[in-house]
Design a protein around this ligand. Structure first.
Ligand code: 13P
Length: 342
C-alpha cells in the first residue's frame, strides 16, 4: 500500500483533465529552452527564462483553460518578480504545479542508436523534495523512433519498464505520474506504420504498468497522435488522424485511465488544435481527450514576446488566445475561423 491516498491522486488526475482544460508543458531542459530562445535572438540566461515563464503563468484568465503546468527543476525553485515562488503563483490561480523528473535520453546498448530514458537512481528522494516544493504531478518521457526496422522490442520493453518504475514511485510518493511514451513523427513512414508502432508501444507500456501494479486510475497517459511521418508524401487529413488515433487507443488504453493528454510533437499550433478538436467530436469515449502541449501552446507567445520586457502583454495575449482555442477543442467546438479573432 502507498502511504499516500489513492482518492487524492485520482482527484488530481481528474482535475488535470477537467472539462475545457489541459496542461501547459513548460519543462524544457536547459538545452531545449536555449534552442527556443535562439529562434528569437534572446540569450538564455536564468533571468530571461524566469521572465518568460512568469509571463506565461501570470497570463490573466489562462486558468480558464490551463489546469496544470509542467515545470523544469530550475523553475520550481524560482521566485516571480514579487518574490513569490513560481509554484505558489500557479497554485494561487488554481493551476496545479507539476515537474519533469526524467534526466533525458542516452543510447540504448546493443541497439541501432535507439534511446533509453535515464533518471531512476535517487528518484524517490527527488519526488519527496519536489512534492515539498508544491508539485502534485510528474512527467517522464520515453523517446521512440520509427524506421523500417525500429522500434525494436528491446527498446520498447526497457522504456516501458522504466516508465512503470517511475510511475510506481510517483504514486507511492503522492504524485500523479504522466506516462509519456513519445513516438517521434520525423521520417517518411505512413500513418499505417505510425498506427502499428503506437499500438505496439502502448501494449508494452500497459503490460509493464500492470506488472508493477500501478493503479491506472491515478495516472495520465501522454502519447503522440497517430500521424503520417512528417516527410511522408501522403499526409493524412485531420479527420483521418482523429479516427486512426482513437481507433488505436481503443485497442490498448484501459478505460480506467482518466485521461489522455496529447503532446504536440512538432505539429503546427493550428494542426495540434484541429486534431484535438476532431477527436473530441467523436464522443462516447471512456477517457478525457486533452492536451499537454509545449510548442503548440508556446510558439505564438514566444514570438510575440521576442525577449523584450515591453512585449510581455503581447506575449500573454498570444498565449491566452492559443489556450482558449485548445479549450474550445476540448469541447469539440473549435473552428479555424476563430484563429483570426486574435
Ligand atoms: P511538445 O508539445 O512541444 O511536443 O512538448 C510536450 C512535451 O512535454 C514533450 O515532452
Amino acid at each position: 500500500m502507498s502511504h499516500h491516498s489513492g482518492p487524492e491522486l485520482e482527484a488530481t488526475a481528474r482535475a488535470l483533465v477537467a472539462a475545457g482544460k489541459g496542461i501547459l508543458a513548460a519543462d524544457e531542459s536547459s538545452g531545449t529552452i536555449k534552442k527556443r530562445f535562439d529562434s528569437i535572438q534572446t540569450e538564455s540566461t536564468e533571468d530571461n527564462r524566469r521572465s518568460y515563464r512568469e509571463m506565461l503563468f501570470t497570463t490573466p484568465g489562462c486558468e480558464e483553460f490551463i489546469s496544470g503546468v509542467i515545470l523544469f527543476d530550475e523553475t520550481i525553485r524560482q521566485k516571480g518578480s514579487d518574490g513569490i515562488p513560481l509554484p505558489q503563483v500557479l497554485e494561487k490561480k488554481g493551476i496545479i504545479p507539476g515537474i519533469k523528473v526524467d534526466k533525458g535520453v542516452q543510447k540504448l546498448p546493443f541497439s541501432d542508436d535507439e534511446k533509453i530514458t535515464e533518471g531512476l537512481d535517487g528518484l524517490r528522494a527527488r519526488l519527496v523534495e519536489y512534492r515539498s516544493l508544491g508539485a502534485r504531478f510528474a512527467k517522464w518521457r520515453a523517446v521512440i523512433e520509427v524506421t523500417d526496422s525500429k522500434p525494436s522490442d528491446a527498446c520498447l520493453q526497457t522504456n516501458a519498464d522504466a516508465l512503470a518504475r517511475y510511475a510506481a514511485l510517483c504514486v507511492d510518493e503522492g504524485l500523479v505520474p504522466i506516462v509519456e511514451p513519445e513516438i517521434l513523427m520525423d521520417g517518411t513512414h505512413t500513418i499505417e506504420r505510425s498506427f502499428a508502432a503506437t499500438e505496439r508501444t502502448l501494449h508494452f507500456v500497459f503490460g509493464s504498468l500492470f506488472e508493477q501494479r500501478v493503479p491506472l486510475e491515478q495516472i495520465l497517459l501522454k502519447p503522440n497522435m497517430v500521424l503520417s511521418g512528417y516527410s511522408c508524401p501522403q499526409q493524412a487529413s485531420v479527420q483521418q488522424v482523429a479516427e486512426q488515433t482513437i481507433r488505436c487507443f481503443r485497442r490498448v488504453v484501459p478505460a480506467a485511465v482518466p485521461g489522455i493528454v496529447f503532446l504536440s510533437g512538432g505539429q503546427s499550433d493550428e494542426a495540434a488544435t484541429a486534431h484535438l478538436d476532431a477527436m473530441n467530436r467523436i464522443g462516447g469515449l471512456p477517457w478525457e481527450i486533452s492536451f499537454s502541449y509545449g510548442r503548440a501552446l508556446q510558439a505564438p507567445a514566444l514570438k510575440a514576446w521576442g525577449g523584450r520586457p515591453d512585449r510581455l502583454e503581447a506575449g500573454q495575449r498570444a498565449f491566452y488566445h492559443r489556450a482558449k482555442l485548445n479549450g474550445a477543442a476540448r469541447h469539440g467546438r473549435y473552428d479555424p475561423a476563430m484563429e483570426k479573432a486574435a
